[in-house]
Structures are given as C-alpha cells and as structure tokens.
Design a protein around this ligand. Structure first.
Ligand code: SAM
Length: 300
C-alpha cells in the first residue's frame, strides 16, 4: 500500500468555514488521503470519516494513527457511501453533529492508480468504481447498456457535444465483439470521435471519463440525497461545506443551500483557490467551495 499523494484543496478556506474546536464532532464524507480530517483533528475536533474506497480508508487510517497523538483517538473510520451517514450516526449513538465536509469526486491516489481505470493511460480493467465490491464497472456499463443511455450519460454528466458519435462507436465495436476492456482503449475510441480543439489543450477523452465515473458511482445521487437529510442531524450553528469540481454538483449544492428554512448561506459566491494554491496544486483549478450554516429555528 503506497503513500497518499493527494493534496487537500482549499484547506484554509474549509477550516475558516467549519471553525473546528475541541470536542466538536464533524463528518468528513470523503476521507481520501485524510488531509482535511487531519487538520480538523489537529484543532481538537472529532471526525467520523467515510470513504467508499476501502484501500483509501485503510491507508489513511494507518497514516493518521501514526500522525495524530490525541487520546482517545479522534477519528472513527466508516467504509460506506456518505449517503448512509444517518445510519452510522445512529450506530455510534450520536444524535447531531457540528459540521460536515464533502470534498467530491476522486482523489489523486485513485487517478494515479493504473489498476482502477480512472486515467486515460491505464491498462488495468476499465473499472472506475470507488467501492470495488459493488455495482457495475465502467466496462460492464458500456458492455450492457443501450446506446441511447450511453450517449445520454456522456452528454449529461460530461457535457460532451459528441456524445452520440462516441456511443455509436462503442456500440459498433461491441456488436463486432470488441468490448472495451481498458481505460486506454476507451480513450483511443473517444479521441477518434472528438475533433481536437487546438485552443483547449485538455485531452478529448476527459469529459467522457468524467461522465462515466459520475454515472458508475451515482455521485450526483449521493450528493442530492445527503444534502436533503443533513438539516435533521445538524446542530443549530453547525456548518456544511462542499467542494465540487463539476457544474452539476455545484448546482445541486447551491439549490439545496437556498432552502432558507434550514440554511444561512455563508458563501454568496463559491470560494475558489488562490493563485498561490494553484501554483502548488493545479488540481484545485476547478474546485468551488460553498458553505452554509444550519439555522437555529426552522424558518417558515
Ligand atoms: C477528492 S477525494 C477527498 C480528499 C480528501 N478531502 C483529502 O484531503 O485527502 C474524494 C474521496 O471521496 C471518496 N468518495 C467519493 N464519493 C463518495 C461517497 N459517496 N461516499 C463515500 N466516499 C466517497 C472517494 O473514494 C475519494 O477517496
């Protein structure tokens, strides 16, 4: 199990919003390499940390057990989708929490692991699941779903104008018995269908990969379901902070926080990375952070 290479994004901004203090209890729904959780714990907070990726969870548990000296140990690790946070709180007999962080999407550790199928140049199976113990892999998704569903997924979650052409090509190959087994094969097919944009240096396969990952992990479903349940389990004055990397995610967060019965918006405009952070961590470029405080009394 190698070391984590993931650098937490917008760390100072997250801490400013969440205001960790001794004995406050937070949920980190997306533990990853544990950068945000570690910073919360160093300020005395306790964290219930979720990750669907058991490898990430085990690696980070090991790291944090070496790095944090607080007793009792301040993190509870939960291998689950964060959408099941209420069940976990019930099991731990915690009624309400002081704050939540969701740092959406995938980590640099997952991206650089060539066995997971997240990066274009990987020859491992085209998997893309955060939790490799359940659900369809991206390979199975492309091998079984109707052409229209593949095209809609790539269009909707990837905002890819050439989605129909890509889906056609995938299904044409599948009808000939040539299934896409690896991420590299998929990237090559997409590149044949999407004209190169000389003004935009990103790989033409980027949007299709993003779309498949979002679909395979039902990422928008988890976000939507969780934001709907959070108000009930948060203390008045508690803060929810969400870092998103995709316009559809950001729209879900913005819409949920607009519900003024429950939330006071702390970020009228999303916070983004400073030039200084971008120079250190280019991955922060598309990150948007929104925060909202749980109101004391439901407003009618
Ligand atoms: C961007 S990384 C988080 C990085 C982390 N904040 C850090 O400082 O290292 C996102 C992590 O969340 C996990 N994840 C994504 N969606 C999830 C979900 N619905 N439930 C639980 N974990 C999820 C991924 O497996 C990944 O490890």
């Amino acid at each position: 199990m190698s070391e984590s290479v993931h650098v937490p994004v917008l760390l100072h901004e997250v801490l400013d919003l969440l205001r960790p203090q001794p004995d406050k209890v937070y949920i980190d729904g997306t533990l990853g390499g544990g950068g945000h959780t570690e910073a919360l714990c160093r300020r005395g907070a306790k964290v219930i940390a979720f990750d669907r990726d058991v490898e990430a969870l085990n690696r980070t548990e090991k790291r944090l057990k070496g790095a944090l000296t607080e007793t009792p140990f301040p993190v509870r690790f939960v291998h689950a989708d964060y959408r099941f946070f209420a069940e976990a709180l019930d099991m731990l007999e915690i009624e309400k929490i002081d704050g939540v962080l969701l740092d959406l999407g995938l980590s640099s550790d997952q991206l650089t692991d060539t066995q997971r199928g997240f990066s274009f140049d990987s020859d491992g199976e085209l998997d893309m699941r955060f939790d490799t113990s359940e659900g369809l892999t991206a390979h199975e998704f492309l091998a079984t779903l109707p052409e229209a569903r593949i095209a809609d997924t790539i269009y909707r979650f990837g905002e890819e104008r050439h989605s129909r052409r890509i889906a056609r090509k995938i299904v044409e190959l599948r009808e000939k018995g040539a299934l896409l087994q690896t991420a590299r094969q998929l990237a090559e097919v997409v590149r044949q269908c999407v004209p190169k944009n000389w003004k935009n240096p990103i790989d033409p396969a980027t949007r299709t990969f993003q779309a498949l990952r979002i679909a395979v992990n039902d990422e928008l479903g988890a976000l939507q379901a969780t934001l709907g349940q959070l108000p009930e389990r948060m203390k008045p004055g508690g803060v929810t902070a969400v870092i998103s990397f995709h316009s559809l995610e950001d729209r879900i967060v913005k819409t949920a926080f607009r519900d003024c019965r429950y939330w006071k918006v702390l970020t009228p405009k999303p916070m983004t990375a400073s030039e200084e952070e971008l120079a250190q961590n280019p991955r922060a470029r598309s990150a948007k952070l929104r925060g909202a405080e749980r109101l004391t009394e439901p407003q009618s």
